[in-house]
Design a protein around this ligand. Structure first.
Ligand SMILES: *[C@@H]1O[C@H](CO)[C@@H](O)[C@H](O)[C@H]1NC(C)=O
Ligand SMILES: *[C@@H]1O[C@H](CO)[C@@H](O)[C@H](O)[C@H]1NC(C)=O
Ligand SMILES: *[C@@H]1O[C@H](CO)[C@@H](O)[C@H](O)[C@H]1NC(C)=O
Ligand SMILES: *[C@@H]1O[C@H](CO)[C@@H](O)[C@H](O)[C@H]1NC(C)=O
Length: 483
């Protein structure tokens, strides 16, 4: 057994050597030398050289035999290993984020930079104020009095945003800033929600460490679809965030998915999480996992809070502002989806399956009690935001009419009635009319509260900042549509 293990280990080392040699030569001498180097026979020659150089290996034939297949496959892949062709096999190494989110003030307090009044005059005023009061107690004074919070931020360190302050988090008094931020993993499935995808990436760019983005060459209905996201990933559209994206490719359709669409729907999330987590290296048990649908965008402050603080319980939901067709068509109430937990809980309770996190039945999961016991705390679900404090946006059917058409025909086969099966509902003019009036496919016309683009949390910042480009989602594009 032990010898087998050692052999295995040596085999891997040798493989690595060969690959790095190849890479090295490729970089140094480019194509001609690489081609020569890539022929299997010269591989074996150099391998012999390498191995006898490093170790006095007695059984070179064993390695020859076992490495031949590996070498040949590595020759075939050699061009793609370092290119984007194997996007869906790349790994992602999580690293600690050393952004100085907190600063230490002159008086020794730890304050959240963004949430604290830090202007020269303001901090001096604070210090002066302390001096005048009592020199002795300044040092022993609780942090509480030493950070002056900006509007929207709370707590002794000014790092608790209003959406957490006004949430139902049961442990608000036990929150402490972390020395090192948690890493945040955000997982989504993408179909053609590209406006919202840009909005997400910009909203969360500096708080999420890796985006797991899963795309399939099958629609949720089981038809073939082009890899739109992969194409854009490769043509430069997402270069501003590419370094944080781990591309997941689902190349099959689950059996039974055509008959029962919910199977396909769930499977997307299962595959997304399992494949994604397998390809992440260096995840820690207290890192944060967040799974969303493409049309659910968490607000940055809530996720940043999870990243920077200890003391919250899990699983964590997010109250999202609901709208239909665009942000101008707000719906009543919020959508609260359980979508965040630690990597420990994801692994131990949900068995790395993101769909289970979104269900509300965590307490019946086999691993839950044991996991709860291991944390030493009572685990209580809570949600960032509240019914009156939006902590994100859920924008349903937020597309141009063509996008709605595409969503109709690719919808899974289980959420009935499936409007994509009705020819008249697929007419662009019918769809435009729905967008114009806020009507639904069944002919009903729900009530909507009034909206104003100036209202707080109207839409993600990136969309507001690029109003012209995203006007179709921010204002009703068909107000003046003729019948
Ligand atoms: C506090 O110390 C400053 C100088 O460090 C001094 O000027 C001031 O008088 C002291 N205040 C009190 C109340 O002792
Ligand atoms: C999806 O991709 C896989 C792997 O490339 C391929 O075998 C399969 O036929 C593709 N399916 C469709 C519908 O394109
Ligand atoms: C990238 O590809 C998408 C379609 O897949 C296209 O809409 C877009 O314009 C392309 N962008 C660039 C910069 O070529
Ligand atoms: C909880 O943990 C304690 C030790 O920390 C152990 O004695 C006890 O059996 C555990 N209970 C459950 C239900 O796992």
């Amino acid at each position: 057994m032990r010898i087998k293990k050692i052999k295995c280990f040596l085999l891997c080392i040798l493989g690595l050597c060969v690959i790095s040699f190849q890479h090295y030569y490729k970089a140094l001498h480019n194509i001609p030398l690489l081609q020569e180097f890539s022929s299997p026979s010269s591989h074996l020659k150099s391998l012999k050289m390498v191995s006898s150089f490093f170790w006095n290996v007695p059984d070179i034939d064993f390695y020859k035999h076992h490495l031949k297949g590996f070498l040949e496959s590595s020759v075939i892949q050699s061009d793609s290993i370092f290119s984007t062709e194997k996007l869906h096999e790349q790994r992602f190494v999580l690293q600690d984020d050393h952004t100085p989110f907190f600063v230490r003030t002159k008086s020794g307090a730890t304050c959240f930079r963004e949430g604290t009044k830090m202007a020269e005059s303001a901090s001096q005023r604070v210090l002066l104020h302390h001096h005048e009061e009592d020199n002795v107690t300044v040092k022993t004074r609780r942090n509480a009095d030493q950070c002056t919070c900006r509007q929207g931020w709370h707590g002794p360190h000014c790092g608790v945003p209003t959406i957490v302050q006004h949430s139902n988090l049961p442990t608000k008094t036990k929150l402490t800033p972390r020395a090192t931020p948690r890493r945040v993993i955000n997982a989504i499935n993408i179909n053609h929600e590209f406006d919202l995808l840009h909005a997400r990436f910009h909203e969360l760019a500096d708080v999420v460490d890796v985006f797991l983005v899963c795309e399939s060459n099958f629609t949720a209905y089981g038809d073939q679809r082009p890899l739109y996201f992969q194409q854009q990933l490769q043509n430069g559209t997402f270069d501003y965030i590419k370094h944080k994206i781990l591309y997941i490719f689902l190349d099959h359709f689950p059996s039974g998915g055509r008959l029962d669409g919910w199977i396909a729907d769930d499977y997307l999330r299962t595959y997304l999480t399992k494949n994604g987590m397998l390809r992440i290296q260096g995840a820690k048990v207290d890192d944060v996992f967040v799974i969303d649908d493409a049309d659910e965008i968490p607000a940055r402050e809530g996720i940043l809070f999870l990243k920077l603080y200890d003391g919250w319980t899990e699983p964590v939901g997010i109250h999202m502002r609901k709208s239909l067709y665009g942000f101008y068509r707000k719906q009543f109430g919020t959508l609260n989806i359980l979508s965040c937990c630690t990597v420990a809980m994801l692994t131990k309770v949900y068995r790395n399956d993101g769909i289970l996190l979104r269900r509300r039945t965590y307490y019946t999961m086999p691993g839950f009690r044991e996991y709860e016991n291991s944390t030493g705390n009572i685990l209580m679900p809570w949600a960032i935001g509240s019914p009156v404090h939006y902590a994100g946006w859920h924008c349903s059917w937020c597309f141009k009419p063509e996008g709605i058409y595409y969503k109709l025909v690719s919808a899974q086969n289980g959420d009935f009635p499936r409007w994509g099966d009705y020819g008249e509902k697929l007419q662009l003019n019918f769809i435009k009319k729905l967008i114009q009036t806020g009507g639904w496919f069944d002919g009903s016309l729900p009530d909507y509260p009034p909206t104003d683009p100036k209202e707080h949390m109207y839409a993600p910042k990136h969309l507001m900042d690029n109003y012209e480009k995203y006007r179709h989602l921010l204002e009703n594009p068909f107000v003046k549509l003729d019948n």
